[in-house]
Design a protein around this ligand. Structure first.
Ligand SMILES: *Cc1c(COP(=O)(O)O)cnc(C)c1O
Length: 402
């Protein structure tokens, strides 16, 4: 009998009951705007910021409307503006180059390695082209952050981390988002906490924090923040900083607070599923596992493998056959982007020159979401299906070589 998987790759777990109850309380009270507090009352958004700051060990935290907004705000806080260049990943998701475009700047794309991390040699060669690096830990893969920070510090390049896929992850014990000047996170449904939309920006720099808070739309109510810098940090900039509204509201904050408390538990559950899949896929002929370095504490909310140097038609055949058995895979190498874009040559508003080594990797990357609604048995079944179909196509094509 041919096995088939019948689960959904886009089904999240329900919002925890404690979060639902807190959301209902906020709605009953009617004070959804974060600065609409009664005397002596503290807004859920301010509490959430304090709790998230403690989770990642940051001095300051600002909750915002989306991860994309957090990144654009981080760029603005660092003074990036019209015509500036910003180093960023050739392999990431559309909101990353989009945040750079939002401030009128242009990305300088840096290549991707077979480990699916930013190519540090390519970065080194391009470091003199910009003053800021918007580093995306795409699909949760963290590069050698010690080497990256040494290089960027040496060149005076400020680092913003896009941690949309690494909330809860770490490099050498340092939480992701805490190496660079600013860390940005997303609370969108497909990330590690789910408020539909939402994001965080964290930093230890009081000037950057103050600017970000002013820009997010705090009017003159910045003293109501619990994870914000002292009042003095606003003395001058409160007159000089434009309001580019992107606040988080109390309803989302109420939904998120219990999820931030549960984050470590959820991350451990993702990793059980990730390693069940990885174990099942290991030693499949023609398939390369993306090995995770010992310094990396991962959050396996998605998994990638490489069909390196396969013909495009053979990769497509694997995707089709797995799809027919209920296993939804994404191929980043498809000639036309499907459902989303994640490679530099898809963003035609941003000029780029072809990067052969990166193109080879991107042509072979296959990606799969790992929702927490999957059981460990589901993961084992999915791995058996992928293994069988990859093997069949690989053998059928005499090695599936391009
Ligand atoms: C989801 C995502 C973001 C931020 O997305 P928002 O939808 O704006 O919250 C940023 N970077 C990557 C790599 C993402 O996948």
């Amino acid at each position: 009998m041919t096995e088939r998987f019948n689960g959904s790759f886009t089904q999240q777990e329900p919002i925890p009951e404690a979060a639902i109850a807190a959301a209902v309380d906020v709605m009953r009270e009617g004070r959804l705007h974060r600065y609409n507090t009664g005397p002596g009352e503290v807004a859920p958004t301010a509490l959430l910021e304090q709790e998230f700051a403690a989770t990642v060990g940051a001095q300051y935290c600002l909750a915002v409307a989306s991860g994309g907004y957090a990144m654009a705000t981080a760029l603005r806080a660092l003074g990036v503006g019209h015509g500036d260049k910003v180093l960023s990943n050739a392999f990431t998701l559309a909101p990353v180059p989009g945040a750079i475009a939002a401030v009128g700047a242009q990305p300088v794309f840096v290549g991707v390695t077979e480990s699916l991390t930013i190519d540090l040699d390519d970065l080194e060669a391009k470091l003199d082209q910009a003053q800021v690096l918007l580093l995306s830990h795409m699909r949760g893969h963290i590069c050698d952050m010690d080497r990256l920070m040494a290089m960027c510090d040496g060149a005076g390049v400020k680092v913003i981390e896009d941690c949309a896929h690494t909330m809860g992850a770490a490099w050498n014990g340092v939480p992701s988002g805490r190496h660079g000047a600013i860390g940005c996170y997303s609370c969108q449904t497909y990330k590690h906490v789910n408020s539909g939309e939402g994001g965080f920006l964290v930093t230890d720099d009081m000037h950057l924090a103050a600017k970000a808070i002013m820009m997010s739309g705090s009017y003159m109510l910045f003293e109501r923040h619990l994870a914000g810098p002292p009042k003095e940090a606003f003395d001058q900039i409160k007159y000089e900083t434009p309001n580019i509204s992107g606040r988080m509201d109390n309803l989302r904050a109420a939904i998120l607070r219990p999820q931030v408390t549960d984050l470590a538990t959820q991350c451990a559950r993702w990793n059980e599923r990730y390693y069940a899949l990885e174990t099942g896929l290991r030693d499949t002929p023609g398939l390369s596992i993306v090995e995770r370095p010992a310094q990396e504490t991962i959050v396996g909310s998605s998994i990638q493998f490489l069909l390196l140097d396969w013909a495009g038609s053979a990769v497509q055949e694997v995707i089709k056959r797995c799809g027919a058995r209920g296993v939804e895979l994404k191929w980043f190498g498809a000639p036309e982007p499907v459902a989303f874009t994640s490679r530099y040559d898809s963003w035609r508003y941003a000029p780029s020159t072809p990067m052969a080594a990166s193109d080879r990797v991107l042509a072979g990357v296959v990606d799969m979401r790992v929702p927490l609604t999957f059981s460990l048995e589901d993961c084992a079944l999915i791995a058996r299906i992928i293994r069988a179909e990859v093997s069949a196509v690989y053998q059928g094509q005499g090695g599936a070589q391009a």
